[in-house]
Ligand binder design. Structure first.
Ligand SMILES: [Zn+2]
Length: 112
């Protein structure tokens, strides 16, 4: 079993035996995509610098929702989180494409 733990107003983590997923809120997607720093077997893993206030994850997170399987689930979103800022890449399919913004707090009541 796992539960979501709010680390800061802007960063949360869900942990279980084999998984560790850090979550932040994306204003463009209006949801909290996961950075998976631990997953079983050969699933992709991202690195986290351990800084709760100014997190850096690498490599980038690429949410490919424009594929047929994900139709209706929102725009493609491609971003880096570096030093507590979200760097939206130019190939995003939403209004924040190409912009760098501060991480935002989770909306009140989100995920609780
Ligand atoms: Zn997004």
């Amino acid at each position: 079993m796992s539960e979501v733990i709010r680390l800061t107003p802007k960063l949360a983590v869900r942990r279980s035996e084999n998984y560790e997923h850090y979550m932040f809120y994306c204003l463009a997607c209006k949801e909290a995509p996961p950075y998976c720093t631990q997953q079983p077997n050969d699933h992709p893993k991202w690195s986290f610098n351990g800084d709760m206030e100014k997190p850096t994850f690498s490599p980038s997170l690429f949410l490919i929702r424009s594929l047929k399987d994900y139709e209706g689930c929102g725009p493609r979103c491609h971003l880096f989180i570096r030093d507590g800022k979200i760097e939206y890449q130019g190939d995003c399919e939403h209004a924040l494409a190409g912009q760098t913004v501060d991480m935002v707090e989770f909306p009140e009541g989100y995920g609780t």
